[in-house]
Unconditional design. Structure first.
Length: 224
């Protein structure tokens, strides 16, 4: 369901660059959010995304609604995780279904629909460490697309030094190509969960807040 607030961030990058997207989803788990463009969305009644998708994600929008059109084109994508979850394995898929609480049938329905999309698309997911494997994937990404490095709720697993390392890694990578970092993380200093967009280019970084979001995608407040 996090895809519902990540989707407008991708729309923003596509609109600003005029390019198709190349996406690296860090901490991708089963790769569900990697397939954000394959879902249908409802933003307080405003439709977006793929209208033919078997999965529709609804999210309440507070105050201003985000821009959700035109739909971004994704020409290259890969997920990165230390321990990827392979839902193409029926036993793994059944285990994930068993972890859904019994009083949440809607959540189970979303999970089953998302698994169906993964089975259809079979996205590429790489097992590896964020700080050591990410540079290899950045180097592999096509140069004719706007590169987005995305992470959601990965920050708590990184130390302060690892956060600095990641930022330096992206700054260094931007010396040869521009890239965007889409981060959805909790922030104690701002007291909430925020969707941020950082543009790296020429060895410099420019960060701005796009939205305040509910950590499970129930609502978002677009602030950009």
């Amino acid at each position: 369901r996090r895809s519902a607030f990540l989707y407008p961030a991708y729309v923003t990058v596509a609109a600003e660059t005029g390019l198709p997207l190349a996406v690296i989803d860090a901490g991708t788990s089963a790769g569900f959010n990697l397939l954000f463009d394959r879902y249908a969305y409802s933003y307080s009644g405003t439709a977006a995304g793929d209208p033919d998708s078997a999965l529709e994600l609804t999210i309440d929008t507070r105050s201003t609604k985000p821009t959700t059109t035109p739909a971004p084109e994704v020409t290259w994508r890969v997920g990165l995780d230390q321990n990827p979850i392979d839902v193409t394995d029926p036993d793994v898929a059944r285990w994930m279904e068993a972890l859904v609480w019994g009083d949440q049938p809607e959540r189970l329905r979303r999970l089953d629909a998302a698994i169906g999309v993964v089975l259809e698309v079979r996205p590429r997911v790489v097992a590896g460490d964020l700080l050591t494997t990410l540079p290899e994937l950045i180097a592999e990404a096509p140069s004719d697309a706007a590169l987005c490095v995305t992470h959601s709720f990965v920050a708590p697993y990184l130390s302060a030094e690892e956060h600095r390392h990641l930022d330096r890694l992206l700054i260094d990578a931007s010396a040869t190509r521009p890239l965007y970092r889409i981060g959805a993380e909790g922030d104690r200093l701002r007291d909430g969960t925020f969707l941020d967009l950082t543009h790296y280019e020429g060895g410099a970084a420019s960060k701005r807040q796009l939205a305040i979001v509910h950590h499970h995608g129930e609502w978002m407040e677009w602030t950009a």
